[in-house]
Design a protein around this ligand. Sequence first.
Ligand SMILES: *Cc1c(COP(=O)(O)O)cnc(C)c1O
Length: 367
Amino acid sequence: MFRQPLHDRGVISRYRTYLPVSEATPVVSLNEGSTPLIHCAKLSAKVGRGCEVYLKYEGLNPTGSFKDRGMTMAISKAAEAGKRAVICASTGNTSAAAAAYATRAGMDCVVLLPAGKISAGKLAQAYVYGAKVVAIEGNFDDALDLVRKIGEREEFAVVNSINPHRIEGQKTAAFEIVEELGDAPDIHILPVGNAGNITAYWKGYQEYAALGKSRRQPRMAGFQAAGSAPIFYNQVVEHPETVATAIRIGNPASWEQARAAIRESGGAIDIVSDAEIMEAQAWLAGQEGIFVEPGSAASVAGLLKCLDCGREPCASCPVRGVAEGSTIVLTVTGHGLKDIEAPLKYRSFAPRQSANQVEAVLQALGY
Ligand SMILES: *Cc1c(COP(=O)(O)O)cnc(C)c1O
């Protein structure tokens, strides 16, 4: 009999009573969740007025993104239902998580990817975890359409965020934040792609408020990439384009739920450009020591954009009228190492050249 370590429980064992699982559910876990909530002094100073900014660093999940929280639920429920295979469309991180958790459950994992639009790191994950990968001629939204059709077959469970168990697992991040802060934040900012995560956080915050575990609920502020912003423009984007491939989605599955979360919470949806995203990624790594993938940097880019915004009053601004002493949480959804092509393409990082000599190295460094 192996011993279950005390300190690395996954989200199902930690939040079992708030999730649709029973004794009959086999728990398929990689000890996901319990990610750090990191206080950012420099970002807080930028906001000013006594506000405190924290990052929920979801890149520290087992496969490097928040997708693991939902996947432990989706795969556990698929195992309970006796499924032998799972299928998903992916911009990269869903497939990495699906492949890892399916392998752990002894299931086949089929992944449909938009050809040529996935970072090499994420693609490598799907392969190494043993998924069957199919690149389709089309974008993510086309891949998801195919998954819906193939998923009607008996042997498959669909593990995209149209699978309601994914949202259930992902809401646990909101629980962790409330526990850590002692209450919900005033504002929660996150990137929006398929809009499952903003839906999940809002559900989590509402449930904890209803249980009396928090006194307030945050304003939910979502940021889309400017070239891929169907919710912001209220219109399907046929050919979404952005460097932030994780949020390169033109027709989000949880569109209505995201709208509801924004409306009910008094929040906002806005856009950030690719340049703003890449600058935010570099700023966060260079100033706070936190390296996140471009899709994740959209939340930081959004906050920075709002701080610099000269428009007065700006109706869409999620930090409008931010009260003195507010608590702001930003979800950074995936690890920077997921996609190293983007920053390397965006700027050149050439090493300084030096001879093999102490003096020469010091000189090259300018000391
Ligand atoms: C999936 C993903 C997103 C987008 O989340 P949605 O739930 O699709 O809105 C953002 N960032 C990263 C790193 C992701 O993997």
